[in-house]
Design a protein around this ligand. Structure first.
Ligand code: V47
Length: 631
């Protein structure tokens, strides 16, 4: 069940569509057309907003970014484009890498590069562009080159797409922007951009990039000569590709700006209603794309602000604003732009979360008087949140993996949530424990040590450990040293992005959460002989449950808000118990789990902490403290 929220509609045609969405049933092309046809704009927006909340809580992401368009000289002449010019044209420009570097500063986290297809620049120039930015600013993620540019490089420099992408990745390319997609319709392509690659090549390049570990975005250029049917078909093509690779991060509808293109559009420029509908329809159609971006540069800041309640959960970033401010002579445009974005997001009743290119949260900027609750994105935490729709308007949910929650709790950016046990121990002065948590009496299925060796042969060996949480790592240390007497084990952190991990260099690896569940379904990490379930190991030793996380609330949160959190938890758990298959269905499907797997998994947990759980918690902390003091 994606959302149990009861919505009322003025247009009865929306009722069956909302039922489908709630049950996680995919929308068809006809459904998409019904959504576009409705006059019940508010009903449409509410549905999309609920879907966005199920995915991202109350979060709206933004990034401190800088867009570069290093040249407008282009060998193509697409009718819809006002940007490109021919070489020698009076307004043609070429930007040097030095100039690009001079526009960057250490606060920036994303650089977005896209440009005209230049007839003369050599291959090394493009590679150097990425490499030198990365060298000068290691924290900046480079999002560069559309599929159109990648295909152009391949043809011009006689390389395969794979060679082009591999060399750029080696230089530091992290993701690809979603441009050049335009509308995946041959009819439109022939009329507006017949020299440009079509859907087939565009998807080939992106799917290949995903295979090579480069995630990407995808756009739709709408509001010119395309039909509504072509827009929906465009979205369905994206959904199909995403089913195959899972590599798209965000979908960005780009509202066409007619400028001097001479293109006869239906209504000159897109209406706010059309913009909001397109955001909402895309949120509802693209059930497998994590984010929808309200690109305020093209939508206008006003429409983008409303779009945040119509299914968009991302505002791009400081881009553009910086250019405008720079032209106007401002000295600190970035800070102004950032504050502007934050206040737009506050006004929309959402929580601004600064992110990197992969949507890893870097900072939260809550509005005054709001209490931020962490939404653990793991399957085992789904039962905590089914009642959150009835939270008061001042309680906001932000999805955070345990590692980030721990850090943010420490930095004062978050007020409550299911905290990894070790993080709770580290933050006890600021946080108090509620009688809720994630405990398991026996197997947990999702905290697994894959090992070439039996426990007692792990002495002197190297173990790759999850970067996600420290509690499972501490449990592993306690089991190794106190249960099995194994010493001198070297621990090495695994990368956060699982695709970057090479497990062959380890004697054993510890995986947790959804990552561990996904691996089990893939047959585990095939080369390892043994798979140990750490909670089962603890149970067979102590005959006690293991408590992985405890609900904790910042001590400074007013009592009535604490009570509200407890009430929401009670409500959620009461409606969740016995309803696991429906609740976790969507999530489990993504992990490749059957209904039986799901039931077995969720039934293993207890979510309230009674005397037994608290005694078990003390026992573990005692073992761990003895171990720490011996070090
Ligand atoms: O591909 C060109 C579009 C795109 C016009 O990936 C026009 O995060 C409107 O893709 N009116 C480039 N649009 C921009 C782009 C983008 C933007 C923001 C974020 C991301 C991302 C990607 O701009 C082109 C084309 O579809 N475009 N001309 C025009 N007159």
């Amino acid at each position: 069940m994606l959302s149990s929220k009861q919505l009322t509609f003025r247009d009865s045609a929306l009722v069956p569509i909302w039922q489908k969405v709630q049950q996680g049933i995919r929308l068809t092309k006809d459904d998409g057309l019904v959504l576009y046809a409705t006059n019940d704009l508010i009903g449409l927006g509410r549905m999309a907003n609920e879907v966005a909340r199920a995915k991202s809580g109350d979060t709206v992401y933004f990034v401190l970014n800088q867009k570069f368009e290093p040249t407008n000289i282009c060998v193509l002449s697409c009718k819809f484009c006002d940007f490109a010019v021919k070489q020698g044209a009076p307004d043609a420009y070429e930007q040097s890498i030095e100039d690009m570097l001079s526009k960057l500063n250490p606060d920036i986290r994303e650089v977005h590069i896209t440009m005209g297809l230049h007839p003369d620049w050599d291959w090394q120039y493009y590679v150097d562009m990425v490499r030198r930015i990365k060298e000068a600013y290691p924290l900046i993620d480079v999002k560069a080159f559309t599929a159109v540019e990648i295909d152009f490089f391949a043809k011009k420099f006689k390389k395969t797409h794979e060679q082009v992408l591999t060399e750029l990745k080696a230089a530091g390319l992290k993701t690809m922007p979603g441009g050049g997609a335009e509308v995946f319709s041959e009819r439109v392509r022939k009329l507006l951009f017949n020299q440009k690659i079509g859907a087939k090549t565009w998807f080939e390049v992106h799917k290949l990039a995903h295979k090579l570990g480069i995630q990407s975005n995808v756009t739709l250029l709408y509001g010119h000569i395309e039909t509504l049917e072509e827009r929906i078909e465009h979205m369905i093509k994206i959904r199909d590709a995403q089913d195959e690779t899972g590599g798209f991060l965000t979908f960005i509808p780009l509202a066409f700006q007619p400028g001097d293109t001479g293109i006869k559009t239906r209504n000159n420029f897109t209406s706010a209603i059309d913009d909001l509908k397109t955001i909402a329809v895309s949120r509802l159609m693209l059930d497998n794309v994590p984010h929808i971006k309200a690109y305020w540069v093209m939508l206008t800041a006003e429409v983008a602000a409303i779009a945040l309640n119509f299914g968009a959960d991302d505002m791009d970033g400081t881009v553009g604003y910086e250019r405008i401010a720079h032209d106007a002579g401002a000295t600190s445009p970035m800070m102004m732009a950032k504050e502007n974005l934050i206040s737009i997001i506050h006004e929309a009743g959402k929580v601004p979360v600064e992110r990197d290119v992969f949507y890893n949260p870097l900072a939260i900027y809550p509005a005054k008087e709001t209490t931020i609750v962490s939404k653990m994105p793991y399957l085992n935490s789904v039962p905590f949140y089914s009642g959150y729709e009835t939270f008061s308007k001042d309680l906001k949910l932000v999805p955070l993996v345990p590692r980030v929650f721990g850090r943010f709790a420490n930095e004062g950016m978050i007020d409550a949530g299911p905290m990894s046990l070790m993080d709770f121990v580290a933050n006890q002065e600021e946080f108090e424990m509620l009688d809720y948590g994630v405990a398991v009496n026996g197997k947990v299925y999702s905290v697994l040590l894959y090992s070439h060796f039996e426990w007692n042969a792990l002495s002197g060996k190297k173990i790759g450990i999850t970067a996600e949480s420290s509690t499972s790592v501490e449990l592993l240390r306690v089991l190794l040293e106190k249960k099995y007497g194994v010493k001198n084990v070297t621990f090495e952190r695994l990368h956060l992005t699982s695709s970057s991990n090479d497990y062959t260099s380890f004697d054993a690896v510890l995986l947790i959460g959804d990552e561990a569940l996904r691996r089990v379904k893939l047959g585990g990490l095939a080369q390892f002989l043994n798979v140990f379930d750490l909670a089962e190991e603890w149970y067979s030793w102590k005959k006690m449950p293991f408590v992985f996380a405890v609900w904790a609330v910042r001590r400074s949160v007013p009592t009535e808000i604490k009570n509200e959190i407890v009430a929401a938890l009670e409500r959620s758990l009461a409606s969740s118990i016995g309803n696991y298959t429906q609740l976790g269905h969507e999530h489990a499907k993504k992990l490749g789990m059957t209904k039986e797997d799901l039931l077995q998994y969720l039934n293993a947990f207890s979510y309230t902490l009674g005397e037994t759980e608290k005694a078990a918690l003390d026992e573990f902390l005692k073992e761990q403290a003895i171990l720490l003091s011996a070090e």
